[in-house]
Design a protein around this ligand. Structure first.
Ligand SMILES: [Zn+2]
Ligand SMILES: [Zn+2]
Length: 470
């Protein structure tokens, strides 16, 4: 895997092939290895031609990235990866209303840019087509202000909007709605009430990792709420290979092996508004490089120093990357070999008729028995529950119980260990301030529980062997 990329300068087409086999991985490894090599040699004095377009770059100081490509070919190369992920996984249909979660970082900035470019291209072909039968998907942008938990808490949401608007407004036409919310909005729409509740909630979780994870789950619930309230039907996240690699290792360390395969796919339709990851195959270094070359503005996000499992693993991964740039990709590819869940594909609906027939297989057939399998999810993190976890849900149903007990039984083992307070009094308080979207998930799933248990019980016996040892 660690083969040097020096001798393969002309072999740059590998991204078009996306081989699932290890041959593809090796190719990518060579490609990745040369990202740093060529960018380091950027200042070289020799005239080098871009292997893609044959253009001569400036002899001195001309930026050279990825196998000696010029900046515009590099842009096209990354856009190609993005578009391939979108089309092969049927992520966006012409009738979709897509919400892009923009955090201010390079990954979501690139996601936003590429979605905009795709939308422009669709609009062009719509204008050109005589029948104009295919509509063009619409796009909105959401930014969640988390300054309440940052190093320098700012109280001015208007200031945040002022920073975001200049980034989003130039991306038109087509027009994109901008939604800005603060993270405390998930607890209450009233600003002060929300702040108090969020602080109380986070304070009741003593563990640094649990606190960070809870915040991440709250963010996801808020994104879902905003998407639902505004009629969006897809949520685009900027998660890339690097973030997924960190997640693979940290989820393993936290004992979330059973649900891990659900998180590393291109599509995650377990949420009410399905989540898609079009940057699945790009690494952070590439995305940062693109922002730099194309002059895309990003926001400086000040993160609090932390000693959580997440931070440890993120620095571990960055050491691995320094050693060998292809490691992140290797980690994600390895995790991808685990069997995904049924909700990692879209369910076939009326929109599929807009798609070319070769893509229709990317949708689940609803008559398929596998897709009829309903999952029970942890109300905090959204992980599908494993069989032993379902057993404890089933046990609690048979006894008399309080709302807190039912809720606790529905939480996955990892959340129970890392997030839920151990003391009954603190647990009761924690439950009482949890945002409704989280508590509601349990009440919803309890209603037809016995039927659900039967349904899942049968199927999980078979599934369990495949997923054992994850
Ligand atoms: Zn070029
Ligand atoms: Zn959980």
């Amino acid at each position: 895997m660690a083969s040097c990329g020096g001798g393969v300068g002309a072999c740059h087409q590998s991204h078009c092939q996306r081989s699932e086999e290890d041959g593809g991985a090796e190719e990518e490894a060579r490609e990745m290895a040369s990202v740093s090599v060529d960018s380091c040699a950027a200042g070289g004095g020799d005239l080098v031609r871009c292997p893609k377009c044959g253009e001569e770059a400036a002899a001195k100081g001309g930026p050279r990235v990825l196998n000696g490509m010029c900046p515009s070919c590099f842009h096209a190369h990354l856009f190609g990866k993005f578009k391939l992920a979108v089309t092969t996984n049927a992520m966006i249909s012409p009738t979709d209303k897509v919400l892009v979660a923009f955090s201010g970082g390079p990954a979501s900035r690139v996601a936003l840019q590429f979605i905009h470019e795709m939308q422009c291209k669709s609009l062009e072909s719509w204008d050109a087509s005589k029948s104009q039968a295919l509509p063009v998907f619409s796009v909105g942008v959401v930014f969640i202000d988390e300054s309440i938990i940052s190093v320098n808490p700012s109280n001015d949401i208007n200031k945040t909007i002022e920073e975001i608007r200049p980034i989003v407004s130039p991306l038109s036409p087509p027009h994109k709605d901008l939604h800005v919310a603060t993270i405390e909005n998930i607890c209450s729409m009233n600003c002060n009430d929300g702040k108090t509740k969020l602080k109380k909630l986070l304070d009741s979780v003593p563990d640094a990792t649990g606190k960070e994870d809870l915040l991440e789950y709250l963010r996801m619930h808020l994104l879902q709420k905003i998407a639902l309230d505004n009629g969006y039907n897809k949520l685009v996240l900027g998660s890339c290979t690097s973030t997924l690699a960190c997640h693979v290792i940290s989820a393993t360390a936290k004992g979330q092996g059973y649900s891990l395969p659900a998180d590393v796919q291109y599509v995650d339709a377990r949420w009410e508004v399905p989540v898609v990851l079009p940057l699945h195959d790009c690494v952070t270094e590439e995305l940062k490089m693109l922002c730099h070359l194309d002059g895309m503005e990003t926001l400086q996000l000040l993160k609090k120093p932390s000693n959580s499992i997440n931070s440890l693993i993120s620095s571990f991964i960055s050491h691995l990357r320094d050693e060998n740039p292809s490691r992140e990709r290797t980690i994600v590819r390895t995790a991808e070999k685990l069997k995904p869940f049924g909700f990692n594909k879209f369910v076939e609906d009326k929109y599929h008729e807009f798609l070319p027939s070769r893509l229709r297989c990317k949708f689940q057939n609803t008559s398929n028995s596998e897709s009829a399998l309903a999952e029970v999810f942890c109300p905090l993190c959204g992980s599908p529950l494993s069989e032993p976890e379902l057993q404890s849900v089933s046990d609690i149903q048979e006894k008399s119980h309080t709302a807190v007990e039912v809720f606790t039984a529905h939480c996955c083992e990892s959340c129970s260990f890392q997030i839920l307070p151990k003391e009954p009094v603190s647990l009761q308080q924690f439950y009482s301030i949890l945002p409704q979207p989280m508590t509601r998930r349990v009440t919803g799933s309890t209603l037809d529980h016995s039927m659900l248990r039967e349904l899942i019980g049968d199927c999980l016996l078979v599934d369990d062997y495949d997923n054992d040892g994850t």
